[in-house]
Design a protein around this ligand. Structure first.
Ligand code: GRG
Length: 417
């Protein structure tokens, strides 16, 4: 039995569109041409540039909310609190977005699927399904499934379908397989505060274990017997690989460079999130417009998620040194904070091109980011994506899961890890 039966409400819940926005200023990446003020986040005509930097625009509205609020707290606790605080008669139960028990159940269902008789392969492939991840993707799938299902007028469409729950598992499996491979590529010693698969078992076994998790996920996907969902999720796997591949290269031209970064971000992170949301809607037999909303919501949340990930690399301190980890710089990667900073400090351009390989590059780039407003710009961009995600999901009929998805969008900006 895939789903636990319980009385409480269960579960949670364009790059291209934006690219189609007409170009209004020369040398401004089309993607960043703003129709929303980056400060007050209201829709307005762009009227002046933010601190001389060409990318973001600002209107004449109040600047009281110039800095997005940074909250702390555990994602699950926060969502639970948010949902219980809703003063609505339909929400007198707690939406346990994905409680610790739900998460360990999901992990144990995944572990059951990874049942190869080869002892070591079984142990390696199960290693990361230990409930230590944030489970952000399955959480979204479960919430989105319920939000889409509740659009239907039929009363019985309120719970998540078996196929949608399997999709949540598949999504987490694809994510985990990509993390295992990513740790090999980056030669990372730790992940989620424990040694990586490649650190313990070596690169060859890590690659094979990642392949194994992916192959089992593919089998589960095929068994959903939904051709459209198979196509959508296959695209995700292609995107993950292409996104990772794009990350190996750099672009010399500044505008191309930012576009390259955003496209890479979509493929590496937002594709899985957006297409999983879309697949959840498809499995729920949602009409095309609901599937589009699910996709757009996921795409914007996914972009924001990665942008904030890139900010956290400059903000989260290493326990040992009390300094930001700047793991991306050390890997030669120029993420949004650096790309924005390069506008103020053109000396970063050469460092970006040589992938911060020369002695002192990483530290110089870190300081330049600190002295610029690259972090602030990146957060604003993430905020805009979250705003758009909220705007999209509000097109659905209200439901507790829709409220939780809105809360999840806010969490993406405020998260600390
Ligand atoms: C095997 C499918 C497959 C792909 C191979 C290596 C590779 C190609 C792709 C790497 C993609 C990758 C690692 C993207 C990073 C996305 C990201 C933001 C990961 C961190 O996600 P969190 O914070 O992690 O949700 P937790 O630990 O909470 O699950």
């Amino acid at each position: 039995m895939w789903l636990r039966k319980t009385n409480r409400v269960q579960g949670f819940r364009n790059l291209m569109t934006v690219l189609l926005v007409p170009k209004v200023q020369p040398n401004v990446p089309k993607y960043l041409v703003n129709t929303h003020c980056s400060y007050c986040l209201r829709q307005c005509t762009p009227c002046y540039k933010l601190k001389q930097l060409p990318f973001l625009t600002k209107c004449n509205h109040s600047t009281s909310n110039t800095t997005p609020q940074i909250n702390s707290g555990n994602i699950r606790t926060k969502l639970r609190r948010y949902c219980t605080s809703l003063n609505s008669p339909s929400v007198n139960e707690t939406i346990d977005v994905l409680s610790k028990e739900d998460l360990s159940l999901l992990c144990s269902h995944i572990q059951k699927e990874l049942k190869t008789p080869v002892d070591e392969l079984r142990a390696i492939s199960r290693y990361h399904f230990d409930g230590e991840g944030k489970a952000f993707r399955p959480m979204l799938v479960i919430l989105m499934s319920k939000a889409c299902n509740s659009q239907s007028n039929q009363g019985h469409r309120k719970t998540i379908l078996d196929s949608q729950y399997r999709l949540a598992m598949i999504t987490e499996m694809i994510h985990t397989a990509s993390l295992i491979h990513d740790d090999v590529i980056d030669a990372s010693p730790t992940r989620r505060s424990k040694p990586t698969v490649c650190k313990i078992w070596g690169e060859k076994k890590a690659i094979l274990a990642g392949d194994y998790v992916l192959s089992v996920a593919s089998g589960l996907l095929a068994r959903l017997r939904n051709e459209e969902v198979i196509v959508v999720l296959s695209q995700v796997i292609e995107d993950l690989v292409r996104g990772e591949f794009m990350q190996l290269g750099s672009k010399e031209d500044k505008n191309e460079r930012f576009h390259h970064y955003l496209l890479k971000t979509y493929k590496k992170t937002a594709s899985l999130i957006s297409n999983s949301c879309k697949a959840a809607a498809i499995l729920g037999d949602s009409p095309p417009e609901v599937c589009d909303v699910a996709y757009s919501f996921g795409r914007n949340i996914g972009m924001a998620f990665q942008l904030i990930d890139d900010v956290l690399d400059f903000e989260s301190s290493s326990v040992t040194f009390g300094k930001p980890t700047t793991a991306d710089l050390k890997l030669g990667l120029a993420t949004a904070p650096v790309l924005f900073a390069a506008d103020k400090f053109p000396e970063l351009d050469d460092m970006i091109m040589r992938r911060f390989k020369e002695k002192g590059d990483v530290e110089k780039a870190r300081l330049a980011v600190q002295k610029s407003d690259g972090i602030e710009q990146t957060r604003f961009l993430a905020q805009r994506h979250c705003d758009e995600a909220v705007r999209q999901i509000k097109q659905l009929k209200s439901s507790p899961e829709q409220a939780a998805l809105i809360s999840l969008a806010k969490y993406v900006i405020s998260r600390l890890k």
